[in-house]
Design a protein around this ligand. Structure first.
Ligand code: SF4
Length: 367
C-alpha cells in the first residue's frame, strides 16, 4: 500500500480517494494525473484498478498481421508505411493469392485471429476486400477476422459510393468479425488538422464504431501519443471513447500507440520516453472505467516496456503477430514476431500469469 503521504506529495490523494469511492475522473483530473511528477504513484493507482479487474492475469492471443497494400492517398505526417502512388519505390499491393498465402503458411498453427489494415488504395475494386475475407475464412474457417480501420471503412464508403453501414454489412457478409482500433490517432480537431487532415474526422470515426457495435461487432480503439498533442487533448480523446462506450459497450480494449519518428514527416520530434509510455497506459486505465482491457502493443512500446506496463494498468500484450510493417518502417527495433512460449515467458518474468485468449477475450488456455 502506497502511503497516504506519498499520494499527498504526488498531488493524487484526493483522486485516489474518489477512485476508491467509485467516482469517475474528469478532464481536469486526467490532466492532473499527467502533471503529477510521481510516475510510481500514478502507476500504483493504475495497478490497483487493473488488479481489481484482472487480478494478476495478463492476456495475449495467437494472431497474424496482414497489410495487403501500403498504397495510400492520404498523407498523415506520422506515417512511414504509406506510399502515395502505385509504382513509388517500396509501394506494394499483394495479389489476392499472395495475401491469402500469408495465412496459408500458418494454417497448421493454432492462430485464432487475422488482423488486417491497409493503406487507402484508390484503384482496387471493393471485391478485392470481400474476396480477401472470404478467402481467409475458406483457408481456416474458425479464424476471427479483425479487419479494416474506421478510416478504411469511411474511405470505402466514399470510393464505392455506399453508406458506412452498407460497407460494414457487406464486409460482415463476407466474413468480417470485428474492427481494429486504428486510425483514431488523437480525436481533437486541432491535432487531426495538423497531422492527418486527409482522413476521416473524429465524429465519423466514432460513428462507424457506433454502427459496428449496433450491428453486433466488437472493436478496439487506439490513441497515437507522443507527438504534438497536449495532455488535455489526450484526456479529451479518452473521454470521447468513454462516452461512446457508455452508449454501446462495444469497445474491448484501449490501445495507446507510441509515435515513432523514423522515416516520416515528424522525424524532428523525439520518440516518447519509456516513462511517458508507462504514464499514458496508466492514465488510460484510470480514465476508462468502462473499457475492460488496456493493451500494450509490444511492437510499439518495446518488449521491456510492455513487460513493465503490466504493473502500470496494462492487462493485455496483443499477440504473436508474425510479421509487422507499419511500426518497423517507422524505426521500431522490436522483433516482428514472438512465439507463444516467448510471450508466456516474458509475462511470467514480469510477475504476471499468462492467459491465452481469443479476439473476444474467451479464455483458450491458462499457461
Ligand atoms: S496512417 Fe493510414 S491513412 Fe494515414 S498515410 Fe498511413 S496508411 Fe495512409
Amino acid at each position: 500500500m502506497l502511503t497516504d503521504a506519498r499520494l499527498e506529495r504526488a498531488g493524487l490523494a484526493d483522486i485516489s480517494r474518489r477512485l476508491e469511492a467509485g467516482d469517475r475522473l474528469t478532464l481536469e483530473d486526467g490532466v492532473r494525473l499527467f502533471e503529477s511528477p510521481d510516475t510510481l504513484a500514478l502507476g500504483w493507482l493504475a495497478n490497483r484498478a487493473r488488479e481489481q479487474r484482472h487480478l494478476d492475469l495478463a492476456f495475449y492471443n495467437q494472431n497474424i498481421r496482414l497489410e495487403a497494400t501500403n498504397v495510400c492517398v492520404a498523407n498523415c505526417l506520422f506515417c512511414s508505411f504509406a506510399r502515395l502512388m502505385p509504382g513509388d519505390t517500396d509501394a506494394y499491393t499483394l495479389s489476392l493469392e499472395q495475401a491469402l498465402q500469408k495465412l496459408r503458411v500458418h494454417a497448421h498453427e493454432p492462430i485464432t485471429e487475422v488482423h488486417v489494415v491497409n493503406g487507402l488504395h484508390p484503384d482496387l475494386p471493393f471485391d478485392y476486400y470481400t474476396n480477401l475475407l472470404r478467402g481467409l475464412k475458406a483457408i481456416k474457417p474458425g479464424i476471427h477476422l479483425k479487419c479494416f480501420t474506421a478510416v478504411e471503412i469511411a474511405f470505402f464508403a466514399d470510393l464505392y459510393t455506399m453508406t458506412d453501414e452498407q460497407v460494414l454489412r457487406e464486409l460482415m457478409a463476407a466474413g468480417l468479425d470485428s474492427l481494429p482500433g486504428g486510425g483514431a490517432e488523437v480525436f481533437a480537431a486541432r491535432v487531426r488538422q495538423k497531422i492527418c487532415a486527409d482522413k476521416c474526422g473524429a465524429d465519423r470515426w466514432l460513428a462507424i464504431h457506433r454502427t459496428a457495435h449496433a450491428l453486433g461487432m466488437r472493436s478496439n480503439v487506439t490513441m497515437l501519443y507522443g507527438h504534438i498533442e497536449t495532455y488535455a487533448e489526450r484526456i479529451d480523446h479518452m473521454l470521447r471513447v468513454r462516452a461512446l462506450q457508455d452508449e454501446t459497450g462495444g469497445f474491448q480494449a484501449f490501445i495507446p500507440l507510441a509515435f515513432h519518428p523514423d522515416n516520416n514527416q515528424l522525424r524532428k520530434l523525439p520518440a516518447p520516453a519509456a516513462s511517458e509510455t508507462l504514464r499514458v497506459h496508466a492514465v488510460a486505465r484510470l480514465m476508462l472505467d468502462n473499457v475492460a482491457h488496456i493493451k500494450a502493443f509490444w511492437i510499439a512500446t518495446g518488449v521491456e516496456v510492455a513487460q513493465t506496463s503490466l504493473w502500470f494498468g496494462v492487462d493485455d500484450l496483443d499477440g504473436t503477430v508474425q510479421e509487422e510493417k507499419i511500426y518497423h518502417m517507422a524505426g521500431a527495433r522490436t522483433p516482428e514476431m514472438m512465439t507463444p512460449r516467448e510471450i508466456q515467458r516474458l509475462i511470467r518474468a514480469a510477475g504476471r500469469s499468462p492467459v491465452e485468449r481469443d479476439t473476444l477475450y474467451n479464455v483458450i488456455a491458462r499457461n
